[in-house]
Design a protein around this ligand. Structure first.
Ligand SMILES: Cc1cc2nc3c(=O)[nH]c(=O)nc-3n(C[C@H](O)[C@H](O)[C@H](O)COP(=O)(O)OP(=O)(O)OC[C@H]3O[C@@H](n4cnc5c(N)ncnc54)[C@H](O)[C@@H]3O)c2cc1C
Length: 322
């Protein structure tokens, strides 16, 4: 059950492809848009073949009364990003006023910002804000190819002393351990990127003996360690077996089958939708940032909103008691 969100109508005022697979969209929003900080996101009501859904996008710096986002197109997906790509100037959409769960703390004397692929969207605004306030930082930005890396050229030319771009097609990779080693002891790290990148950053941060309170991160819940495949869950106590399609989350499948679930963020952060896993015959693809690495390795619980089985079957307990 979600918190109350402030939904508004908005009109697309600008649409532009700014990188391979990345489209910039700007919206003129009805009514007053409160000032928002870097790291904020808005929700958008999108149409999928199967009906309406909500997709979340980080808000880039924008003129007053406007919201700007950059959307990566996922061709093999349920279709939220493809719908966003159909938006052209003049089209209308419902969106929410920005909220922030990935705020810059402004307390550190030095910041390391790290972005992987489309994870640049919240980091971009942070870099500009730090630059504006004259706070020292370094931005390390990695991507599969230079072509898919939105804002790479602009950032490099605007912030040549702070920005380093590592493009995979040029044989470059972020050396996470070295970046952390060069960060002053009282510095903070903000990272946004695919779950595999976040896992390696967390491991390196811990290995360097850094306090977890100085590492802040956001993942988009749109990447895992295995390709999506159908799987099945038997819900203990309900005498019910639920099929989860490849293009569905476990939470969606359970709700669709009439199983009562408590949930909120739907991006693997709050843990409200976590279910107990009694047994499973295939690996769990943990895509959340709620459970610790030890809990994930334990395999006893998983977040139904983003995590899934690689395939096969599991017996789960959703906590329902008649
Ligand atoms: C806080 C936040 C900020 C975000 N900011 C941005 C942003 O700035 N820019 C941006 O482009 N995106 C952003 N996202 C991601 C965005 O909300 C969508 O998840 C993304 O656009 C994909 O939606 P989709 O419907 O196209 O793909 P989905 O169907 O959600 O699939 C996403 C990816 O997962 C795979 N997938 C397919 N089916 C499933 C399934 N059943 N379960 C899980 N994965 C599946 C697909 O192969 C695809 O690559 C953000 C997400 C969050 C939570």
């Amino acid at each position: 059950m979600r918190n109350k969100l402030d939904w508004r109508q908005a009109v697309v005022s600008h649409a532009e492809e700014i990188a391979d697979e990345v489209k910039l969209l700007e919206f003129a929003v009805e009514g007053n848009v409160p000032r928002f900080d870097p790291g904020s996101h808005s929700n958008f009501r999108v149409s999928l073949g199967s009906g309406e859904a909500i997709r979340t996008y980080s808000c880039l710096p924008a003129a007053p009364g406007h919201i700007r986002i950059a959307v990566k197109r996922h061709d093999n997906s349920r279709g939220g990003s493809r719908f966003m790509w159909t938006l052209e100037p003049g089209k209308t959409i419902a969106l929410t006023i920005p909220e922030n769960r990935f705020e810059l703390a402004w307390r550190a004397p030095y910041y390391l910002l790290m972005a992987g692929g489309i994870g640049i969207t919240p980091i971009y605004g942070m870099a500009l804000a730090l630059q504006q306030r004259g706070i020292p930082f370094r931005l390390v930005y990695g991507g599969r190819t230079r072509g898919v890396m939105a804002f790479a050229d602009g950032l490099e030319s605007q912030l040549p002393d702070q920005v380093v771009v590592h493009a995979g097609d040029a044989g470059q990779r972020i050396d996470v351990a070295a970046e952390i080693a060069n960060l002053p002891a009282d510095g903070e790290l903000y990272v946004c990127g695919p779950i595999a990148m976040l896992n390696s950053v967390k491991a390196a941060w811990q290995a360097a003996g850094r306090p977890m309170g100085r590492l802040r991160y956001e993942v988009f819940g749109d990447s895992g360690l295995y390709a999506e495949a159908p799987f099945q869950v038997a819900v203990q106590g309900l005498d019910r077996t639920v099929d989860v399609r490849a293009d569905q989350t476990l939470l969606e499948a359970l709700l669709g089958a009439g199983v009562e679930m408590i949930y909120d963020c739907q991006r693997g952060e709050c843990g409200l939708c976590a279910v107990e896993v009694i047994s499973h015959d295939a690996p769990i693809d943990h895509r959340d940032v709620f459970f610790s690495e030890a809990e994930k390795a334990d395999g006893k619980r998983m977040c139904a909103c983003v995590s899934r089985l690689a395939d096969g079957q599991a017996v789960i307990d959703v906590g329902y008691r008649a």
